[in-house]
Design a protein around this ligand. Structure first.
Ligand code: UDP
Ligand code: MG
Length: 343
């Protein structure tokens, strides 16, 4: 389906293997958006799902003209899927929300009203209560926001994830940024346009399982830190300085012992310091490598995602397309690769 004038609101929903939750999502989201009484589009970014998500979306789009499907050729990660959705959205305002109904779709109305009434460019959904998350998730998320505040120095609203509303101007700025692996929860506050918040209670996942294993969470944390700060590089300097001082002290000790006629024993301590210094050096090399990897990826300029089809540009596929690709939950990534999870 091809639509001419841009809608007032785009709702971007990245989804990866969300077949279980999709019927619930459609049932809850559609009345909310229909109720606004304004034009809207839902940009469902199917992040290379291998279950029946693609087929279900096509089925739903037949009776829901505002539902637009952007299917990615392979699983590219949540932030890349979000990028695809933001880049293709056309609305004057663009909301992003998870597919699993942890963020209440009803709040989009509140965000929109607030943005329009107060002329805001950004409205963050702030999780007033994370009781629905596991203790582990809450702790790691708390740590993540604390570290990012310290390192990135940007005005970072606590507990604001990827549930937010952006104005067209903000989306256009985001589109221009040459970031290779954008972490939107940091980038958006960095843009610093007039912003407000809407509190909400984070619910349980309505169905299905989390698509964020620990590895993806760690990946996002590393991406976040290295995207926004060179502080880790300074760790190398500090460690080096500390090791130097330690070595000096050791030399003094050796000298004094020698002068007093003691035989310097203790190969264990020598071995320990050798190991310590070796460890420090490898750590520093790793840090340098992380940044060098980012630089390399940026120079290569490979796209973060590939679009298989966009139902706004072409008719819906005639029949549901169950994936014939081999089952793979992650794209092949180099160690400084693209997809990212989030805490
Ligand atoms: N997601 C995605 N690609 C991925 C992983 C996740 O598009 O590779 C989507 C997922 O379908 C969901 C959102 O990102 O809509 C958040 O994922 P999830 O709810 O599993 O994360 P959690 O809430 O457990 O952090
Ligand atoms: Mg979730």
């Amino acid at each position: 389906m091809v639509r001419e004038s841009p809608p007032l609101l785009s709702v971007v929903i990245p989804m990866f293997n969300e077949a279980e939750v999709l019927p619930l999502l459609v049932r809850r989201l559609r009345p909310v958006l229909d109720g606004i009484g304004e034009s809207y589009e839902v940009v469902a970014v199917d992040d290379g799902s291998q279950d029946t998500t693609a087929a279900q979306l096509i089925g739903a789009a037949r009776t829901w003209p505002q539902l637009r499907i952007v299917r990615l050729r392979r699983n590219s990660g949540h932030q890349a899927a979000l990028t695809a959705g933001l880049h293709r959205s056309r609305g004057e305002y663009v909301a992003s929300i998870d597919a699993d109904l942890q963020d209440p779709p009803e709040k989009i109305i509140e965000m929109l009203a607030k943005a329009r009434a107060e002329e805001l460019d950004i409205v963050y959904g702030v999780r007033a209560d994370r009781a629905a998350d596991t203790v582990f998730k809450r702790r790691t998320a708390g740590l993540y926001y604390a570290v990012m505040r310290r390192l990135a120095g940007v005005h970072l609203p606590a507990n604001a994830g990827d549930f937010r509303l952006l104005s067209r101007a903000t989306v256009d700025v985001l589109k221009q940024l040459p970031e290779h692996q954008p972490v939107y929860r940091l980038l958006v506050p960095w843009i610093g346009f007039p912003s407000g918040t809407v509190n909400y209670v984070r619910d349980h996942r309505a169905a299905g399982r989390t698509k964020y294993p620990l590895s993806k969470m760690i990946r996002l944390a590393v991406d976040s830190i290295t995207n926004f700060s060179a502080a880790p590089l300074r760790i190398a300097t500090w460690l080096g300085a500390m090791a130097f001082v330690l070595c000096l002290l050791l030399l003094v000790y050796v000298g004094v012992s020698f002068a007093l006629g003691h035989v310097v024993q203790g190969w264990a301590s020598v071995l320990a310091s050798v190991l310590f210094l070796g460890g420090v050096q490898l750590l520093c090399l790793g840090l340098l490598g992380e940044y060098l990897g980012r630089l390399y990826a940026a120079v290569q300029g490979r796209p973060a995602y590939f679009v298989a089809y966009d139902s706004a540009d072409e008719p819906l596929p005639a029949a549901p397309t169950p994936s014939s690709e081999p089952v793979r939950n992650d794209p092949p990534v180099s160690w400084f690769g693209q997809p990212a999870g989030r805490p």
